[in-house]
Design a protein around this ligand. Structure first.
Ligand code: G6P
Length: 609
């Protein structure tokens, strides 16, 4: 999604702004731009990559000591240069007087645009953002801070903005409501960004702004005002988490790096876990867990599939009735509410607009308790839930989520066993066994990662296909769904997943010799049923690509290709089985030459509805 960088310094800040944009590229974007305040506002915008923008800027000798920059993911108006940010406003104070960059959506932009058009303002773009530039221009009273404070009160929706003004060359004003915005503190220079990652290498002193904050960024310091315009002090934190994240090391893509980081990410996520105790989830967890009698999971995308997997665990192990729902659906329907159902929001970023809205809605509906499973400690979701478990995947840059998923599953497994134990459904012996399994998980994952060369051999065949089916059963049905999602996201091959038992009710009609059918085959209670489903595919000439547990007695034969996994890993098996599916998607995409880390039309952190 969109990214913001802003800076006020003594030196030329253009390289810092461009570097910041590069660091935000991972969020997904379709155009970009940068503007400086140097004897007037000047800007450069591009519908190409940031590297192109950089070349353009280098050729023109573009420089300045205060500026704003942006990567845009189109919502209102096509990805075209005139819609790219920064947007400028000319009007009663002269040419190019105000410049703005914006993340999120201004919901009431149409009425404001009509009002401003009636006053004679000329709109160059189809964006909602341009109204902010003109509105600041129209309301300008000689002080940009005061003006922005006035203007944000007229805006509805969710947004983060950075604004500057020709007449106040050493100042950038930021404001946030519903979208993240941070302040970076330097020596005699200060910064703004939508994500601390943008400032990695520039400063590690970060202030996370709160909802409704407006910040006045100057060279000599920053001043922060809350939604009632009262000056407030917000503590700076040292954020070093991102320093190594940008380094690709021996890998070709972030996605590959992140797949291989999974053993480390899970080890970190399990740090300090000695047993299945409520304290892991927050101080009030014991009291809260004692009051709930059901679970309602809300999430989007890959996080939704980790929630689907957790449903199988929570019902079978903890005995808790569990519903899982896509957040964008839940937020707009009228569910029958059980106020004692624990709301579990799952999110890598903690900022996904639909999941946040679903959480707020669940609270309005009367749900008493909530927990976030999240990878970002400072995110809105962690702030807005009563309890939290932080996955320690580290920054995930590839748009296709990998290590976030397996660490979410790890956290959800901890939650399941903690609830099971509290409900008297976990013996001391079982607890010890599950703890041993968890501790051994990173090593087991290493042996799955070692299968990469075999997966590469399959990827060559997949790269020539336009369709693929994924099958799984029970606990591994969500893993089949996640495998299909990975393949479609980055290789653009149409992929669908089905619970294998459902094959004969429709998808079998698609099976021909041209259709690869990926089968997730753990040696669990359903293995014989799954083998029958595989026969249904073979009988129609379909090509089976099976990830089979070492002890499942499935071997290669004509039309049946098998990659042998380690022996069955019990309840934690989904965490192992998803990894070869991630590798298959990655290597297929590589063979097809797609932009693996930045797949077309997708964004990393979807902060708009
Ligand atoms: C986007 C990303 C997905 C992610 C989903 C939910 O669509 O491309 O990879 O699974 O958002 O994101 P979250 O941060 O809430 O887990």
């Amino acid at each position: 999604m969109c990214g913001i960088v802003g800076a006020v310094a003594q030196r030329n800040i253009v390289p810092i702004l461009l570097e910041g944009l590069k660091r935000l590229e991972y969020r997904g974007y379709d155009s970009c731009g940068v503007a400086v305040n140097s004897q007037g506002l000047k800007r450069a915008r591009s519908v190409a990559r940031v590297a192109e923008l950089e070349r353009e800027v280098e050729q023109t000798g573009f420089a300045g000591s205060a500026g704003i920059a942006h990567t845009r993911w189109a919502t209102h108006g096509a990805p075209a240069t005139n819609n790219a940010h920064p947007h400028f406003s000319s009007g009663k104070h002269g040419e190019n007087f105000i410049g703005v960059v914006h993340n999120g959506i201004i919901e009431n932009y149409e009425s404001i645009r009509d009002e401003l058009k009636a006053k004679g303002y000329h709109f160059e773009s189809q964006t909602d953002t341009e109204v902010v530039a003109h509105l600041v221009n129209d309301s300008y009273d000689g002080d940009l801070l005061r003006t922005v404070q006035k203007v944000v009160k007229r805006l509805t929706g969710a947004f983060a903005i950075a604004v500057f003004c020709k007449d106040e060359p050493e100042r950038v004003i930021g404001a946030r409501l519903g979208c993240p915005l941070i302040v970076g503190l330097g020596h005699g220079e200060n910064f703004l960004a939508s994500d601390a990652m943008a400032l990695a290498g520039t400063t590690d002193q970060i202030i996370y702004l709160e909802e409704g904050d407006v910040v006045d960024v100057k060279r000599e310091g920053v001043r922060i005002f809350d939604r009632d315009d009262q000056e407030v002090q917000r503590k700076a934190q040292t954020v070093t988490a991102y320093s190594g994240a940008i380094d690709l090391g021996p890998y070709r893509h972030y996605m590959q790096k992140e797949i291989f980081e999974q053993p480390r990410a899970i080890t970190d996520t399990l740090e300090g876990v000695q047993g299945f105790v409520p304290d892991l989830f927050g101080q009030r967890a014991e009291e809260v867990f004692g009051q709930i009698d059901a679970v309602q999971i809300l999430a989007c995308g890959t996080s939704y599939y980790s929630g689907m997997t957790a449903k199988y665990w929570l019902e079978s192990v903890a005995g808790l009735p569990t519903s899982v729902e896509i957040a964008s659906e839940y937020r707009y329907r009228t569910p029958a509410v059980n106020p004692n159902a624990l709301i579990v929001v799952i999110s890598q970023s903690g900022e996904t607009a639909d999941t946040l809205a679903a959480l707020k809605y669940a609270k309005e509906l009367g749900h008493k308790h909530s927990i976030a499973i999240c990878n970002v400690a400072t995110s809105a979701m962690v702030r807005e839930t009563e309890l939290a478990y932080l996955t320690r995947a580290g920054a995930e840059i590839g748009v296709a989520s990998t290590k976030a998923f397996t660490t979410q599953l790890t956290a959800l497994f901890l939650l399941t066993l903690t609830l099971a134990k509290m409900r008297g459904r976990l013996s001391a012996e079982e607890e010890q066994q599950q703890l041993r399994n968890l501790r051994h998980l990173p090593t087991a994952l290493q042996s799955v990662l070692a299968l990469e060369p075999q997966v590469i051999a399959w990827a060559e065949a997949f790269a020539r296909k336009e369709n693929a089916l994924f099958l799984g059963r029970g606990l591994h049905y969500p893993i089949a769904l996640e495998g299909a999602l990975k393949l479609k996201e980055i290789s653009y091959i149409h992929a669908e997943a089905y619970p294998a038992g459902e094959l004969k009710h429709g998808p079998l009609a698609l099976v021909t010799a041209e259709m690869p059918v990926v089968t997730v085959a753990p040696n669990d209670a359903l293995i014989e049923k799954l083998k029958s489903n595989m026969q249904e595919v073979r009988a129609r000439g379909g090509q089976l690509y099976v990830f089979a547990d070492g002890d499942s007695h499935i071997s290669s034969s004509e039309g049946v290709h098998v990659i042998r996994m380690p022996e069955h890993y019990g309840l934690l098996s989904p965490i192992l089985h998803v990894v070869p599916l991630q590798l298959l998607a990655y290597h297929t995409a590589l063979a097809r030459g797609t932009d693996v880390d930045k797949p077309r039309n997708l964004a990393k952190s979807v902060t708009v509805e």
